[in-house]
Design a protein around this ligand. Structure first.
Ligand code: IVH
Length: 642
C-alpha cells in the first residue's frame, strides 16, 4: 500500500523531475549512472583497472596483461576524458608519465637542472633542415664572428630509461629517475648491482666537483631480456614487450634482489649541473671533451660516437651507426646529434621541452601495433567489395596511418581480423603498410573490453542493399560483388577512376567531390561531367564561384586528354594502360573503336580473343555505348575552332 502510494506520488511529480532535468542537465548523468553505459562509471572502472595493472607491473613485476592491452585501456580512458572534460581529474593515470609515475616507496628529489627531452626527426631531409636551423641561429645570435661553423657529435640513442646520477665530492648519493622532468624517484638501491656504475668517481688529477648531475640511460641487454622472458614463459607469466619496457619497469621494482637478477646496465652521455663549474676543468668546452672526462672518472660512456663538420659527414655518420646497430648487444632506437661546442649550445638554448642544439634521428620501426576500430566494406567501380580495416591512427614510416586494405574477403577471413583486435602493421614489399598479423594473445588479455567477434560477411551490398554474389577474381581469390550497375558506390568509383591521374587526370576532382556530384544527382556517369555548368558546381558544399570555375575549366581541358587515357578511364574489362595504348594506336577515335568488329580487335598485338570478346561485349552494352558516344561528342567539340 505504501509502495503503491509512493509510485503514484512519483508519477504525479513527473513534471517536476522532468523540469529538474532541463534545469540541471548534469543530473542526467547521475540519474542514469545505473544504466551501465554511463561514462563516469566507465571512467572510474578504467582508472581502477589501470591502477591495478600499474601495481602489478611496477611493484610486483608480474603484469597480467600485455603492453598493448594496457595501452588500449589507457586509450579508452583518454578518449572518454576528452569527450567528458568535466570528468577529468588531475590524478588520473592519463596525466602521469607512463612508466615513471612518482612512487612513495622511493624518495622524490628535484633535479637541479630539468631533464629535457629531444625533438624527433625521421628523415635525412629533417637532419639537413636541423643543420640549416643551427647555422642560421648561430649566425644571427652570435655577437662576434668567433663562433665557428657547427661541428656535431653523433651518438647512439640508447633505448632505455633516462636517469640522473648525483655525485657529491665524487660519491654517488642519488640516482634519480626522470619523473616529470623537474624531479624524480631515487632508485639508488636498485642500481647497486650495476657493476660498471662507480660508487666513487676516480680523481684523474683534476679534482672532483662538489656536486655533479650526470645524465644517462638505464638499459637492458638483449641477452638478459631474452633470458628473463624465457623464464617468464616457463612460469606461464606474460612476456615483456621489449628491453626498454623491461628496463623501465625493473628500475622501479620494490625488490632489489630481483633487480640484481635482471641485470640492468648504464651509459652516460650528458651533464645537468656541475658545481663549481670549474671543477669540470678546462679545457672542457665540448661534448667530446665531456665524454672523455667521464671516461677518465671511470663512468660507463657510450661505446662509440662520431664527429662531423658538414651535413654530408653528419648523414654518413648516422648511416654508419645504423649499420652498427645490428651488431650491438643492447637496443638503440636512433642517433642523437648534438652541437659539439658548449658555447654554441648556450647560444642556441632550449624551448620548453627540448634543447635546440640537439636532435634525435629515430629509426622507424619495422612494424607498429595498433587497434582495429572497425572493418568496413568498400564497393569499388566493378562492384567488388574490398574490406578495409579502420585503425586507431599510428605514425609509421613517416606518415600517419588510419586505414589499411585487406584486399579481399578471403584475405580478411584468412587473417581473421576483427574489430577491436590489436594488429601488427608492416610494409608489404617495402611500400604499402598492411596488417601482417593479428595479436591473438591480446584478445584474451584485454579483459576490460568484450572479446572481438569474428567478422560476419554481409548478404547485401552495404551501399544499395542488393543481394551480393560470390565470385572469384582474376587471381582466383574469392570475392563478394554487388551486381547492381547503378549502385551509387560503383557509380562514384567509376567516375572518380575516370577523373584520376592514371586516366584523364582532372585536377581538383577527387573522391569527395565526385561523391557530392553523384549524391546531388548532378552526374550519373563519366560523360555527365562534361555537361556540368560552373553554376551547378558552385552549389556543392565547399565550392565558391572561383573554385567552381577552376574545376569546370579542368573538366573541359580533360576533353583533350590522349585517347588511351580515356580508354583506361572507361574501365573496360581487360583494358589497362598497355592495351589501351594499342587500341588508341589503331583506332583514332572512340567512334572508330565502337564500330570496330571483335575479330579486328582480337588481331591487334597483345589483345587476343578473350580480351577482344570482353571489350566488344562492353561496347555492345547500350548504356556504355551511349556514354561513349557522349564523351566522343564532347571530345569533338573541344577540337572544333571557336
Ligand atoms: S641527450 C637535453 N643523448 O633519449 C638532452 N639522450 O628521447 C638530453 N637518450 O631523454 C638527452 N641516448 O633519455 C641524449 N646519447 C643520448 C641518448 C639520450 C638516449 C634518451 C634520453 C632522452 C631521450 C629523448
Amino acid at each position: 500500500m505504501s509502495l503503491w502510494f509512493s509510485i503514484r506520488a512519483s508519477i504525479r511529480a513527473l513534471p517536476f523531475w522532468l523540469s529538474l532535468l532541463v534545469l540541471f542537465p548534469a543530473c542526467f548523468d547521475t540519474l542514469f549512472c545505473f544504466a551501465g553505459e554511463n561514462p563516469a562509471v566507465r571512467i572510474e572502472q578504467l582508472r581502477a583497472e589501470i591502477k591495478r595493472h600499474d601495481e602489478l607491473y611496477y611493484k610486483k613485476a608480474s603484469p597480467e596483461i600485455s603492453d598493448t592491452a594496457y595501452d588500449a585501456l589507457k586509450r579508452e580512458l583518454r578518449e572518454l576524458e576528452a569527450a567528458h572534460p568535466a570528468l577529468a581529474t588531475a590524478d588520473s593515470p592519463t596525466r602521469r608519465v607512463d612508466d615513471d609515475a612518482p612512487d612513495t616507496f622511493f624518495r622524490h628529489h628535484p633535479h637541479r637542472a630539468p631533464m629535457l627531452s629531444l625533438d624527433n626527426t625521421y628523415t635525412e631531409a629533417d637532419i639537413r633542415a636541423f643543420d640549416q636551423r643551427v647555422r642560421k641561429q648561430l649566425a644571427a645570435r652570435a655577437t662576434s664572428a668567433a663562433f665557428p661553423a657547427p661541428r656535431y657529435t653523433i651518438e647512439p640513442k640508447i633505448d632505455g630509461a633516462g636517469i640522473s646520477l648525483v655525485y657529491e665530492r665524487g660519491k654517488l648519493v642519488r640516482v634519480l629517475t626522470r619523473g616529470d622532468g623537474s624531479g624524480g624517484d631515487d632508485i639508488i638501491a636498485n642500481t647497486r648491482a650495476i657493476s660498471e656504475l662507480p660508487q666513487q668517481l676516480r680523481d684523474d688529477g683534476g679534482g672532483l666537483p662538489e656536486l655533479v648531475e650526470i645524465r644517462g640511460e638505464i638499459y637492458m641487454a638483449f641477452a638478459d631480456f631474452e633470458r628473463i622472458n624465457e623464464q617468464r614463459a616457463a612460469a606461464g607469466q606474460p612476456l615483456f614487450a621489449n628491453p626498454r619496457n623491461l628496463a623501465a619497469g625493473t628500475m622501479k621494482l620494490h625488490d632489489s634482489a630481483e633487480v640484481a637478477n635482471r641485470a640492468l646496465h648504464v651509459f652516460v652521455y650528458g651533464v645537468g649541473v656541475c658545481e663549481p663549474g670549474a671543477a669540470m676543468r678546462a679545457p672542457i668546452t665540448t661534448q667530446r671533451d665531456l665524454l672523455e672526462r667521464f671516461r677518465a672518472w671511470g663512468l660507463p660512456v657510450i661505446e662509440k660516437y662520431w664527429l662531423a663538420d658538414t651535413p654530408v659527414a653528419l648523414v654518413a655518420a648516422i648511416a654508419e651507426l645504423s649499420e652498427l646497430r645490428a651488431k650491438l648487444a643492447y637496443p638503440i632506437d636512433g642517433a642523437v646529434v648534438k652541437v659539439d661546442d658548449f658555447a654554441s649550445q648556450q647560444i642556441l638554448g632550449s624551448h620548453a621541452t627540448a634543447p635546440r642544439w640537439a636532435i634525435a634521428y629515430k629509426y622507424t620501426p619495422k612494424s607498429v601495433e595498433t587497434r582495429v576500430r572497425a572493418i568496413t566494406l568498400q564497393v569499388g567501380r566493378t562492384g567488388a567489395l574490398t574490406p578495409v580495416a579502420e585503425l586507431d591512427p599510428v605514425a609509421f614510416a613517416g606518415s600517419k596511418i588510419s586505414r589499411v586494405t585487406l584486399h579481399n574477403t578471403q584475405e580478411l577471413l584468412r587473417k581473421d581480423v576483427r574489430a577491436g583486435d590489436v594488429v601488427v602493421i608492416e610494409k608489404a614489399g617495402d611500400i604499402i603498410p598492411e596488417i601482417a598479423r593479428v595479436k591473438i594473445e591480446a584478445r584474451a588479455a584485454g579483459s576490460a573490453a568484450p572479446a572481438p567477434a569474428p567478422f560476419a560477411l554481409p548478404e547485401n551490398c552495404p551501399e544499395c542493399a542488393t543481394s551480393l554474389v560470390a565470385e572469384n577474381d582474376a587471381a582466383n581469390h574469392a570475392l563478394l560483388r554487388c551486381p547492381n550497375h547503378d549502385c551509387p558506390a560503383q557509380v562514384k568509383a567509376r567516375i572518380a577512376y575516370f577523373a584520376s591521374k592514371a586516366c584523364v587526370n582532372i585536377a581538383g576532382l577527387g573522391d569527395s567531390t565526385v561523391g557530392k556530384l553523384v549524391s546531388q544527382g548532378l552526374v550519373r556517369d563519366a560523360a555527365g561531367l562534361y555537361d556540368l555548368t560552373p553554376r551547378q558546381i558552385s552549389t556543392l558544399d565547399g565550392f565558391g564561384e572561383k573554385s567552381a570555375a577552376r574545376l569546370h575549366a579542368a573538366i573541359a581541358a580533360s576533353r583533350r586528354a590522349e585517347l588511351w587515357r580515356v580508354l583506361v578511364g572507361l574501365g573496360m574489362p581487360d583494358v589497362a594502360t598497355s592495351r589501351a595504348k594499342t587500341l588508341a594506336k589503331h583506332f583514332d577515335s572512340l567512334a572508330a573503336l565502337a564500330s570496330a568488329d571483335e575479330a579486328a580487335i582480337a588481331r591487334l598485338p597483345g589483345v587476343g580473343k578473350k580480351a577482344a570478346a570482353n571489350i566488344a561485349a562492353w561496347l555492345a552494352d547500350p548504356s556504355n555505348r551511349a556514354m561513349v558516344g557522349r564523351i566522343e561528342k564532347h571530345r569533338a567539340d573541344s577540337r572544333r575552332p571557336r
